[in-house]
Design a protein around this ligand. Structure first.
Ligand code: NAP
Length: 303
């Protein structure tokens, strides 16, 4: 069965190349004819790995191609996911399976609501990749990907294909817990690194601010039925701050480079969920407000 991959960005390229190297049929889906022409001119995707870089001339098409899709890796940003799947929905075959690679929460439900006929598998990944230029992606950090389906706990048979492709993964029976935990870690660290304009390690100078946010995030997760995902949150946040002290967070990097952030699916989603539960989390709300101000001041979208 063909792996259709929407979004030849960082993670999409990383998946597409590894699947193709394992001999599996892969087809990239690009935004429009202009992007397809640019891709064809480049002659394929280049993956830069520590030992070597190589060009992979994978098949590509636009969203408008007629071919039905049975399995789709949705590898765009969270804020593009719903629009992308809406465009692609007419091409989905009955019983199609979607793997949603988006970080944060909120986009997965929005996608699932658009394609009730499809099985939506959520993913949470610690792999690292970035675009060095168009159609050129650097594999920056090996990691692991957890996949799961809150509606159907049975693992799909094609996980063996990921194994052949060397994509380290596990099937998770609690993918929502994983996504909530990752979201909470992100909310406790990333916005503060933007507001204090510092590396992750810089937050060691703001322990009280971090602790207060963690306490509110624990309250939020517990209210959402994610008590397990809330366990030991503050200790893990402190550990991550220490272990990644020299790094700039992804949100800091996005802001520094004038790129749109995924705030609406991270801190924005946390605050919206709290409001829906009529839960008062004043420090989280204040953090959100300060971050929105800071993004607007830079001319960046606030959702
Ligand atoms: P990215 O490098 O910005 O790539 C996104 C790709 O999606 C772009 O190539 C973009 O096309 C494409 N796209 C958007 N809308 C489209 C549409 N309607 N049709 C076709 N293509 C479309 O993003 P990323 O870093 O891979 O991130 C993807 C998701 O994975 C995010 O939620 C991110 O948080 C998560 N994630 C990323 C990493 C990482 O290391 N990169 C790690 C863990 C999780 P154009 O090139 O035409 O703009």
């Amino acid at each position: 069965m063909t792996w259709h991959v929407l979004g030849a960005g960082s993670l999409g390229s990383l998946w597409a190349v590894r699947l193709a190297r394992a001999g599996l049929p892969v087809r990239l889906i690009l935004r429009n004819a202009e992007r397809l022409a640019s891709y064809e001119q480049a002659g394929g995707l280049t993956l830069v790995e520590p030992e070597h870089s190589q060009l992979y001339p994978l098949d590509a098409q636009t969203v408008a191609a007629p071919e039905p899709i049975e399995r789709l890796l949705l590898a765009c940003k969270a804020y593009d996911a719903e629009a992308a799947i809406t465009e692609l929905a007419p091409r989905l075959a009955p019983g199609a399976e979607l793997i949603l690679l988006q970080n944060g929460l909120g986009s997965q439900d929005a996608v699932a609501a658009r394609v009730p006929q499809a099985r939506c598998i959520f993913a949470s990944s610690t792999e690292g990749a970035f675009r060095e230029g168009d159609w050129r992606v650097v594999f920056a950090g090996h990691g692991h990907t957890w996949l799961g389906d809150p509606q159907n706990l049975a693992a799909p048979p094609w996980l063996t294909e990921l194994e052949h492709a060397g994509i380290a993964h596990d099937w998770s029976l609690d993918i929502l817990g994983r996504l909530w935990r990752k979201l909470a870690l992100n909310c406790a660290i990333n916005p503060l690194t933007v507001l204090h304009d510092c590396r992750n390690g810089g937050l060691a100078e703001h322990p009280a601010e971090v602790a207060t946010l963690c306490a509110e995030l624990v309250e939020l997760l517990t209210t959402c039925g994610q008590a397990d995902a809330a366990k030991g949150l503050e200790q893990e946040v402190r550990r991550v701050i220490q272990a990644t002290a020299a790094n700039y967070s992804s949100m800091h990097q996005d802001v520094a480079q004038g790129r749109r952030t995924e705030i609406g699916y991270l801190l924005g989603h946390a605050c919206a969920t709290a409001r829906r539960h009529r839960l008062s989390l004043p420090h989280l709300e204040a953090l959100h407000g300060r971050l929105l101000d800071s993004l607007r001041a830079r001319g960046l979208p606030s959702h």
